[in-house]
Write a protein that binds this ligand. Sequence first.
Ligand code: NAG
Ligand code: NAG
Ligand code: NAG
Ligand code: NAG
Ligand code: NAG
Ligand code: NAG
Ligand code: NAG
Ligand code: NAG
Ligand code: NAG
Ligand code: NAG
Ligand code: NAG
Length: 504
Amino acid sequence: MKMLHLALILLSLSDVLTQDSNWGVKYPQKQICAVRGFSVSIPCSYYYPTSNPIQVTEKLWCSMNSNTDLCKNPPYVYNSASNTKSDFEFTGDDKSDCTLRIHNVQFSYSGEYRFRCITNVEKWTGYPGVTLQVTDLKVSLIRLSGNGTLKPGDSLNLTCDVTCTQSSSQFVWFKNNELLPESGAVLHFPALTLRDSGNYTCTWKTNTTSGSKTISLQIEDVLTQDSNWGVKYADNQICAVRGFSVSIPCSYYYPIINPNIQVEQMLWCSMNSNTDQCHHPPYVYNSASNTKSDFEFTGDDKSNCTLLIHNVQFNYSGEYKFRFITDISVGRWTGDPGVTLQVTDLKVSLIRLSGNGTFKPGDSLNLTCDVNCTQSSSQFVWSKNNELLPESGAALHFPALTLRDSGNYTCTWKTNTTSGSKTISLPVEEHPDHWSIWMIFCVIAGLSLIISGAVIYSRRRVHTEQQKKDDSDLHAKVQEMESDSDIYANIQQKEDDFELYANA
Ligand SMILES: *[C@@H]1O[C@H](CO)[C@@H](O)[C@H](O)[C@H]1NC(C)=O
Ligand SMILES: *[C@@H]1O[C@H](CO)[C@@H](O)[C@H](O)[C@H]1NC(C)=O
Ligand SMILES: *[C@@H]1O[C@H](CO)[C@@H](O)[C@H](O)[C@H]1NC(C)=O
Ligand SMILES: *[C@@H]1O[C@H](CO)[C@@H](O)[C@H](O)[C@H]1NC(C)=O
Ligand SMILES: *[C@@H]1O[C@H](CO)[C@@H](O)[C@H](O)[C@H]1NC(C)=O
Ligand SMILES: *[C@@H]1O[C@H](CO)[C@@H](O)[C@H](O)[C@H]1NC(C)=O
Ligand SMILES: *[C@@H]1O[C@H](CO)[C@@H](O)[C@H](O)[C@H]1NC(C)=O
Ligand SMILES: *[C@@H]1O[C@H](CO)[C@@H](O)[C@H](O)[C@H]1NC(C)=O
Ligand SMILES: *[C@@H]1O[C@H](CO)[C@@H](O)[C@H](O)[C@H]1NC(C)=O
Ligand SMILES: *[C@@H]1O[C@H](CO)[C@@H](O)[C@H](O)[C@H]1NC(C)=O
Ligand SMILES: *[C@@H]1O[C@H](CO)[C@@H](O)[C@H](O)[C@H]1NC(C)=O
C-alpha cells in the first residue's frame, strides 16, 4: 500500500525520481570512447525496491541523435518489446543489468544514450545518459634516420594515436598477431634489422571497448652499403596548371653488373591515398594491372620511370613515389622522399594604366600572367590570335593601344615538365570622336584638290602665255604654294599613287 502510494507520487512527478529514491539507473561511465568499426559496451545498471514483487515489462535504449524526449516515445535504438537485429545489442538482463553493446560503431553513432525501464508499477529514464565519442585509430611511422626503402640500421618510431579523452586506456602491440612485451603509444626501433619486417598491430583498450589498426614494415636488405640501387627524381617539386598535363621525370637504377636482374613490376603511388612506402595498394600506376587513367607511365622496364599525368586536378596535388620490384628477393626499392606536385590555376589579368570604359586607341595597359607556384625555372610566352609574339615575361605592356592591338591574347606558362595556358580577349574600339578627325581630313583634302586644280590650270595658262609674258605674277604665286604647302605636296603624292594604280 505504501509502495503504491509512492508510485503514484512518482508518476505525478512525470518520471523524475528523487535523489534518494530506490528507483534508478546507474551509468558507471558518463563518457565513453570507441574506435570506428569496433564494438563498445555502455555499462549500465538499474535498481528498484526489492521489497515488492515488481516485474520489469519493457527495457528501452534511446539515442539522443534521433530521440528528442526522455526516451518516452520512439525511436529507440533498442526495444525489448520488439527486438530486431541491429548494431545495438542489449547484453543486460531483466533484473539489474542494462548494459548496451554497440557493434561496428560509426562516426554517426556519437552522441548521448539513455536507458529507460518500464515495470508493472513504475517507469523511469536514466538521465543524463552516457555520451559516446567515436574516433579513428591512427598508426604512423616516424623515421628518425634514413630515407628511401627501410634498410637495416635505420631508426624509426611507430606511434599509435587516438583522439579521445578516456580516463584509463592502454595501448598493446602485436607483431604478426603475436603480443609484444612493449606497451605504450610508441614502439621505438633504434636500429632496424631484417627480422623486424612484419605486420604491426596497435590495439587500444579500455574496459568497455578495444580497437586496432595494422601497419606493415618491410625492411629490405641493401646488397652492399654502397650499392647501385636507387630512384632519382629530376625535380622534387613540380608545379602544374589545372586541366593540363605534367610529366614527373624519374629514373631508376640497380647493379648492372648482375645481368640476371629483371625488373618485374613498376609502381607509382600517391601519398594522398597510399599510407606506406608504396608497398601495398592503392597505386596510381601498376605495371602488373594497367588500366587507363590520368596517370600514364611513359618510362620503361630498364631505367626510365617517368610518369605523365593528364588533366591534372587540384586534388592531384601531393607527394608521388616510384617503386620497382626485381626478380631477386632483396631487389625492391621505393624512391623516398618522392616528388611533390602542386596544382594551381593560371591567372591572366588586365591592368589599366590609363583610360576607362571601353579600350580606346591611346589607352595604356598591362596584361599580366600569374601562377601561384614556386618552380625554379619557368617561362611565360605570349601569343596573339595564336601567333607567337616576340615578347616574353609575365607582363605584356601596351604603352598606347592602337586598333591593331585588338585580339585574343594567350599566356602560356612553360617549365621543362609541363605547360599551361590561358586566353584573354582585348577589344580595342575606335575613338568615339574619330569621325570628326575624318571630317577635318575630308575638308582639307577637298580644299587641296581645289587648290591643285587651280594650280594645274594656272600652269597650263602660264605655259601657253610664256611666249607672250616672261614673268607671271600668278605663276610666282603658285610656285610659292608648291614649296610652302605640305597639303599640296601630299596631294601630289596621292596623285602619283593614283597614277601607279592606273598603270598597274
Ligand atoms: C638519403 O640519406 C643519405 C644518407 O643519410 C644521404 O646521403 C642522401 O642524400 C639522402 N637522400 C635523399 C634523397 O634525401
Ligand atoms: C621515438 O620514440 C622514443 C621512445 O619512445 C621517444 O623518446 C622519441 O621522442 C620518439 N621520437 C619521435 C620523433 O616521435
Ligand atoms: C602482412 O599483411 C599483408 C596484407 O595485409 C599480408 O599479405 C602479409 O602476408 C602479412 N605478413 C605477415 C608476415 O603476416
Ligand atoms: C572501467 O574503468 C572506469 C575508469 O577507470 C571505472 O570507473 C569503471 O568502473 C570501470 N568499469 C568496469 C566495468 O570495470
Ligand atoms: C628541369 O629544370 C630543373 C631546374 O632548372 C632541372 O633541375 C631539371 O633537371 C630539369 N629537368 C629536366 C627533365 O630537364
Ligand atoms: C624518359 O621517358 C620520357 C618519356 O618517354 C622522355 O621524355 C625522357 O627523355 C626519358 N628520360 C630519359 C632519361 O631517357
Ligand atoms: C579527385 O576528385 C575527384 C572528384 O572530385 C575524384 O573522382 C577523384 O578520384 C579524385 N582523385 C584523386 C587522385 O584524389
Ligand atoms: C574617364 O576618363 C575621363 C578622362 O580621363 C574622365 O573625364 C571621366 O570622368 C572618366 N570616367 C569615369 C567613369 O571614370
Ligand atoms: C598560393 O598558394 C598557397 C599555397 O598553395 C596558398 O596558401 C595561397 O593562398 C595562394 N595564394 C593565392 C593568391 O592564391
Ligand atoms: C606594366 O608593365 C611594365 C613593363 O613590363 C612594368 O614596368 C610596369 O611596372 C607594369 N605596371 C603595372 C601596374 O603592372
Ligand atoms: C577571340 O575569341 C573569341 C571567343 O573565343 C572568338 O569568337 C573570336 O573570333 C576570337 N578573335 C580572334 C581575332 O581570333
